[in-house]
Design a protein around this ligand. Structure first.
Ligand SMILES: [Zn+2]
Length: 289
């Protein structure tokens, strides 16, 4: 955090230095835009082909083929979820929350993509519908579906002096991937990465820049829906924080399941669409090849 009483005096031109205009690092118009009209037309004729109910304080993995849709829904009560995504053919390609944040902002909604790690850096999924898009940013600077937090985990709890809690999202995601791919826990854990916090309401305090959470506005029936741009393995944890109105990493909060449903478009509905290729960068990094 920034000090209340800085040790160094501001320079004479401090006000002028602060007053320069910000520049958006990555103008969104520079990104290739998803064809939402095509996706929505395909979605309108799609048939449900699978569902997975994620129990509270636990996680489940699921697979979605390129060109299919998956919907994460609130059922029974307000609940946030922590989402990981991998390329189903290569776990080294995984969701990159930091670059997604840099490209789209701190909180995602319809039309935003979930980008993959280097050296791939391509759209893994595109958000095609968000029933909480009305929420925007509240008076505290909070918004839903963030890529600013990471995931609750037993290591941070140990660091802060608490007893380890085994049903944090990190551990839930680890078990879910291990079960799905029949991997040893340690191998699965190494694949777990920073998440999209589905339905979670978070922000940074305006005065101190501290990460905060508040009760999620999600209610049963709300959903966030994605189009899979490549073949995906997903894992979703129903966070032990429930709606994250108070705490997490314990058995105290009221927790509810989350539903994942998968929909396949009709044949021919995606004519003209193809999975994005991986980045074309040659990976020479300035060295002669
Ligand atoms: Zn969590």
């Amino acid at each position: 955090m920034k000090p209340d009483n800085p040790e160094h005096q501001p320079p004479d031109d401090a006000a002028a230095r602060r007053a320069v205009a910000p520049v958006f690092v990555y103008p969104p118009e520079a990104l290739p835009a998803p064809d939402l009209a095509l996706y929505r037309a395909a979605r309108s004729g799609a048939a449900k082909v699978g569902e997975v109910l994620v129990p509270p304080r636990d996680a489940r993995a699921f697979e979605v083929a390129a060109g299919q849709f998956f919907r994460i829904s609130s059922v029974e009560g307000p609940q946030v979820g922590d989402l990981n995504l991998w390329n189903a053919r290569d776990l080294a390609e995984r969701f990159y929350s930091g670059k997604t944040r840099a490209l789209h902002g701190t909180h995602l909604s319809t039309g935003d993509r979930l980008w993959s790690s280097f050296p791939y850096l391509r759209a893994m999924a595109t958000i095609t519908d968000d029933t909480l898009d009305w929420y925007g940013f509240d008076g505290d600077g909070g918004a839903v579906h963030d890529v600013i937090g990471t995931r609750c985990d037993p290591y941070t709890q140990c660091l802060l002096g608490g007893d380890p809690y085994h049903y944090c999202c990190h551990s839930n995601l680890t078990r879910a991937l291990a079960d799905h791919l029949k991997l040893p826990l340690a191998e699965a854990e190494a694949q777990v990465h920073d998440v999209l916090n589905v339905f979670m309401c978070t922000g940074f305090s305006r005065d101190t820049g501290q990460y905060f959470m508040k009760a999620s506005p999600v209610r049963p029936g709300d959903y966030l829906e994605f189009f899979a741009e490549i073949d995906l393995i997903g894992a979703l944890s129903a966070c032990p924080g429930g709606d994250c109105s108070a705490g997490h990493s314990s058995d105290e909060a009221a927790c509810f399941p989350l539903m994942v449903e998968i929909f396949a478009p009709a044949d021919g509905a995606l004519t003209g669409w193809a999975p994005a290729p991986a980045s074309g960068y040659d990976r020479s990094h300035g060295r002669q090849q």
